[in-house]
Write a protein that binds this ligand. Sequence first.
Ligand code: NAD
Length: 456
Amino acid sequence: MDTTELISYNPATLVEVGRIAVTTTAELDSMIESAHDAFHGWRQDHDLRKGLLAACSYELMRKAEDIVPLLTTEQGKPRAEAASEVWIAAKSLAEAARTQWEPELLGAHTPVRTAFIERRPLGVVGAIVPWNFPVFLMAAKISAALAAGNTVIVKPAESVSLVVRKVVDVLAGVLPAGVISTAVGGPDVGRALMNHPKVRKVSFTGSTTVGKQIMRQAADTVTPVTLELGGNDPAILLADADIDRAATALAQGAFLNAGQICIAPKRVYAPTSLLDRFCRAFADRMDDLSVGDGLDPATRVGPLHNMRQLEIVSHLLEKAVAGGATVVRGGERGTDLPGHFLTPTLVRDIDDSAELVAVEQFGPVLPVVAYDDLDAVLSTLDDQEFGLGASVWGNDVENATDVALRIDAGTVWVNQHNALDVGLPFGGVKSSGFGREGGMQGIEDFLQTRVIDIKQ
Ligand code: NAD
């Protein structure tokens, strides 16, 4: 590992936001040793941990005014969305502090024998996080890991290291020394972290491509992993869907964070008879989506986070149009700012053979696919690689729920989409990963079992 700097740029203006030193091998080793030393004290007192996690939540909200503008300038999202992200991160910490669980259960008890089932923390764990929701996705991991009694090293995506380091420093100011720290750098730092013999688990959120590498790397040291990977969420409108309600909710969900949300609605399936009405209603909701710098209070949609992402999405859009798709609204690259902008885009006259529908495009584009046979749609979804989220829309809630039950995904919403609740387990199936975050199941993900079986 070289001791070099990472430089963050504002994705709206391309102006430098700041610099941060890459963590050296020696620094990483010493960080992991400190986390290992801190583990023995931290794991002891369940109630003290809960109190300190609640204090972390409070402290994060108290420092939100400093964090929110940095999150906007480094990541690109509008200021109101950055404020929501910090708030939901604080909520994750508060929720983990509140969650009740028993560290020890009675397994067997006779006059001559007693067996206890201990639910123990693992030790030092690594949290490797992406750039799209750097503060919340980190908080979702560390809140559960810390509540379970582990100590944590956070490895943020390179381009959002400043804001993640700032948040971790706020939390480290509340927690005992060594309980949480940040390792800054690229894949080599991530690899060194996960293959360190004293790191007992890695929880990763990011792309499916890197998730597969993480799984291979984990094999070398038999390190357990949780993988929260990509998604390509479908929203299925049934014949009795409330089109206005669906259009309003899906327009909000599809363009938040410029579409760079793993659980955004990424494609809509509409009955052919409803296609025109839905596209009109949806396009109406795009009227007030002004695109610009996230620090401008008028901005509703910020830039894409980096040029690579803009190019991927623009290329998929161009290919779809070349293949016969129609852009109903949007699709323009650039604004008067130099950053990576694409105006929110609605596309129709397209089907699952187009990559814009079939792959995770991770941008502010929503293709609408017309269908006549619901069974065929469900069977196509079943054959596809992702299974993170999905939604079903219909006025007959019982019927819509029956359709939801036929979809293989981590979360299936009915008459809503990306309605994240930090108290509920969240995660994927198929290429969207495995393991869960949130609620008690999130904490279970950072526990292991030991049986103490005593004969009198
Ligand atoms: P990415 O996979 O490129 O990187 C994620 C993290 O992994 C970064 O911190 C990166 O430095 C690190 N990394 C890369 N190679 C590594 C290696 N070999 N070993 C260890 N660490 C390594 O992801 P991204 O581009 O930052 O984020 C976008 C992706 O994340 C999208 O695919 C999106 O769907 C996914 N995502 C999933 C969820 C979820 O909960 N399922 C949530 C948000 C984002």
